[in-house]
Ligand binder design. Structure first.
Ligand SMILES: Cc1ncc(COP(=O)(O)O)c(C=O)c1O
Length: 339
């Protein structure tokens, strides 16, 4: 049995999802004539209580478009030092928008309002870049699937209002936070100017992200998407996968979270595990005593695969294709193999 816990992005469409894709009604989405894309965009805008939504091929492109929408070249955004937009989007912030990042040392990838307030450059001090955007992530990827306290999210919004800053949420795994904390998409829509969500992580669609926002900002989003090369034609086949995922794969994220916590419990009792970070959702980050690359290779001989995060940290991510049968087999390996 192959256990692949490298990421929740490795999932393949289920047969039911494939059937939904095959029967999708499609059209040319660059002309906004793709019925399935239009339905998906309307549905997600409605979930978040926003005017408008736009389908993107990737979370990176949706985030990069949002940054472009909120900033002008030479300006600065505020983000955590773990932020995906800074670490894993190929330097797109500077390449696409000509913007610098002020990176803050948050807790597990999460910022506080007072940290953000401290980091805003005084707008009349023309020697510094003008701060124009705060970008936070929920759940955090490099922070181990951590979920923000919504009260803190609202306090950060207050700082944004006080300083006239845009507020963008990288919600690649927002679905996990909604399920883990029993929150509603609408409460996020009320606070953020723009939100990107991914359909291709925990929800198991093969591709696709959606950016939501109010009409004034989203009117410009379609041009930015075109510039970035993200205008696609009969893409309703992919939107149909997203629609299927929204209907069938959100509540089941609780199973991924339960399995992640069970793995964490086993890790805590293993002699070679030095520490396990708190597990809020589907990401498990831990440190072992000894050489982690050696552990990765030994586990690979048992057909169990996962990544190192660097700095001695290892990561498992549970997901739709990690079944209960695989889970029991994997716990058995962890418990009974000698490493
Ligand atoms: C927090 C976060 N944001 C954005 C992305 C980008 O998504 P994509 O791989 O679709 O570009 C990822 C991908 O893993 C992510 O973890």
């Amino acid at each position: 049995m192959k256990i692949d816990l490298r990421s929740d992005t490795i999932t393949k469409p289920t047969s039911q999802m494939l059937a939904a894709m095959m029967s999708a009604e499609v059209g040319d989405d660059v002309y906004k004539e793709d019925l399935s894309v239009n339905v998906l965009e309307e549905k997600i805008a409605d979930m978040f209580g926003k005017d408008s939504a736009l389908f993107f091929p990737s979370g990176s492109m949706a985030n990069q478009a949002a940054i472009k929408l909120h900033t002008q070249p030479g300006e600065q955004l505020i983000a955590d030092h773990y932020a995906h937009v800074y670490n894993y989007e190929g330097g797109g912030v500077s390449f696409n928008s000509g913007v610098s990042c002020k990176l803050l040392n948050g807790h597990r990838g999460m910022l506080t309002a007072s940290q953000v307030k401290e980091a805003v450059n005084p707008p009349d001090f023309y020697h510094s870049p003008l701060t124009s955007l705060v970008c936070i992530e929920n759940t955090t990827n490099k922070g181990g699937g951590a979920c923000y306290d919504f009260e803190e999210i609202k306090k950060i919004k207050q700082v944004c209002n006080d300083h006239n800053l845009g507020y963008h949420l990288d919600g690649a795994r927002l679905w996990n936070a909604l399920v883990a904390r029993g929150e509603k998409a609408k409460q996020y829509g009320e606070v953020f100017d723009t939100i990107s969500v991914c359909l291709s992580k925990g929800l198991g669609a093969p591709i696709g992200s959606v950016l939501v926002g109010d009409a004034a900002i989203m009117e410009k989003a379609i041009r930015i998407r075109k510039i970035l090369g993200g205008g696609m034609r009969q893409v309703g086949y992919l939107a149909a996968a997203g629609l299927y995922a929204l209907e069938h794969h959100i509540t089941r994220l609780a199973e991924d979270h339960r399995r992640a916590k069970e793995i964490g419990k086993v890790l805590e009792n293993l002699h070679f595990v030095e520490s396990v970070e708190p597990i809020d959702t589907n990401i498990i980050i831990f440190k072992i005593n000894g050489d982690e690359m050696n552990f990765i290779s030994k586990m690979a001989t048992k057909n169990c695969h996962f990544y190192s995060m660097g700095q001695g940290k290892l990561r498992f991510v549970t997901h739709l294709d990690y079944t209960q049968e695989m889970h029991e087999y994997f716990l058995d390996i962890l418990n009974n193999e000698y490493f």
